[in-house]
Design a protein around this ligand. Structure first.
Ligand code: LLP
Length: 441
């Protein structure tokens, strides 16, 4: 099912809202998230896992998209949350998200990150490296508290996805390598600190993965280690977190979610591995981000200018770009594009969509077929709910767009558009520049 409908006038509607009205009210560019779609994907994950596996937890990976209002939605759907920084943690806390259902990741957690996590009592800290074990031991001692920890393991699996989002291979900045003894060393080190309670192990092999085989390999490696920790080290760990990573078919407008298939294979693989290594099936965590929120998102842009270079390229420049969606610039990611007010018109012009920033790399898409558009027309990029707003920047001091949550009959902001005050809020003028005393203008 496409995320949008088309009105008789050929205009895109989202949850019954005419996109032209949304832009008039909330401005352009505008990121719109369709609430029902997000909720149904949360339910698919939870329902599917609960139906196939004895004990499961689904934690939404906040890095895909996170605001206080979004935390509320995630909480309502019964998903835990995974955060990677103090900022994401504070966002969740500000929303009233229960800290015991928060899991903290990160390969370079600062004292501030860890101290705050301990102070509020996050459910699990996923320890990434030996320095962090020392740091956490020191902090728990100083704060006279304890921490439930999972060890992040790099199982030595390399999924086929963009190199920037592979994370489970040996040459990775993340986690303890399984091969070569790092993982064993980590277990032994954690065991030396009574304030650190080792409860489980974690891996995340990468993102935007479609092939199930690397997951199967990772499951085998992880359950093998799980059994070893229980049997050889005598630590009664009970939890296995297989991360997130399920891919989203950006090229296809109506792609299915793939959630059922992915989850059922993962659950089956873990159950099989538990049998093979002769352990009770662990409490199984899943940490999806993209597959929860990507398809729900539509970014609306207004065409600002056209430049047709005969025989070479037709540029169509919009009022946003890499500042609200750096995914093409970073990974050459292809989001489908449609002419939001001319949905039924013939798409017979090849356009390259450029952003408004002062650099040639600020492209949103190359060579897409759209109707012959003109300045003022709206275009829509589909499946932009994940890793767009959360990776937005203020390059060129471009304001970040608003993010709007829409449902039939109602809509509400998840994030307001930046104002001029927001853009200069953190600027300071050093005392000796308070007055311009020597203007050479
Ligand atoms: N768990 C951990 C530890 C992760 O590092 C990630 C994503 C996830 C879960 C969620 O993965 P997902 O289900 O969303 O694939 N900016 C890139 C994606 C970076 C993903 C980073 N880690 C992009 O735009 O494609």
């Amino acid at each position: 099912m496409p995320i949008y409908d088309v009105s008789d006038a050929g205009v895109m509607t989202l949850a019954g809202h005419d996109v032209r009205d949304l832009v008039v009210e909330y401005g352009s560019p505008l990121i719109v998230l369709v609430e029902d779609d997000i909720r149904s994907r949360c339910r698919q994950y939870r329902g599917e896992m609960a139906g196939l596996y004895p004990r499961t937890r689904v934690h939404y990976a906040g890095k895909a998209f996170l605001t206080t209002g979004f935390c509320r939605l995630i909480q309502e759907e019964g998903l835990g949350l995974d955060v990677v920084s103090w900022g994401e943690l504070e966002t969740a806390l500000a929303a009233g998200f229960p800290p015991e259902h928060i899991l903290m990741h990160g390969n370079a957690k600062t004292y501030r990150d860890l101290e705050r996590a301990l102070e509020v009592g996050v459910g699990r800290i996923v320890v990434d490296n030996l320095s962090e074990i020392e740091r956490l031991a020191e902090l728990t001692e100083r704060m006279e508290t304890t921490a439930k920890v999972m060890l992040r393991i790099a199982p030595g699996v390399k999924p086929s996805t963009h190199a920037y989002i592979q994370t489970g291979q040996i040459d990775s900045k993340f986690g303890f390598n399984l091969n070569g003894g790092d993982a064993d060393l980590a277990v032994q080190r954690v065991m030396e600190f009574p304030r650190l309670e080792l409860v489980g192990i974690h891996c995340h092999i990468g993102s935007q993965i479609f092939d199930q085989d690397p997951y199967a390999l990772a499951v085998d490696a992880m359950v093998g280690l799980y059994a070893k920790i229980q049997k050889e080290y005598g630590v009664p760990i009970d939890e296995l977190n297989m991360g997130g990573g399920l891919g989203v078919l950006y090229e296809k407008r109506y792609g299915g979610s793939g959630i059922e298939e992915h989850v059922s294979m993962l659950c089956r693989d873990v159950l099989d591995a538990a049998k093979k290594y002769d352990v009770e099936p662990p409490l199984l965590y899943h940490e999806p981000g993209r597959s929860i929120v990507a398809h729900a998102g539509v970014t609306l842009y207004t065409v600002q200018s056209l430049k047709k270079i005969e025989g070479i390229r037709n540029y169509l420049s919009v009022d946003g770009g890499m500042t609200d969606n750096p995914r093409f610039a970073l990974y050459q990611a292809k989001h489908p594009v449609v002419a939001a007010e001319h949905m039924n018109d013939k798409a017979d012009v090849v356009w390259s969509i450029s952003g408004r920033c002062c650099e040639s790399g600020d492209m949103l898409q190359r060579d897409v077929l759209l109707p012959d558009l003109k300045p003022g027309d709206l275009i829509a990029f589909l499946s932009t709910g994940a890793y767009t707003y959360s990776m937005a920047s203020h390059y060129n001091r471009v304001a970040k767009p608003a993010v709007l949550l829409v449902s039939p009959g109602r809509c509400g902001l998840l994030a307001a558009r930046d104002t001029v005050e927001d853009l200069i809020r953190l600027d300071r003028i050093p005392s000796w520049l308070e007055e311009v005393t020597d203007s050479k203008l």
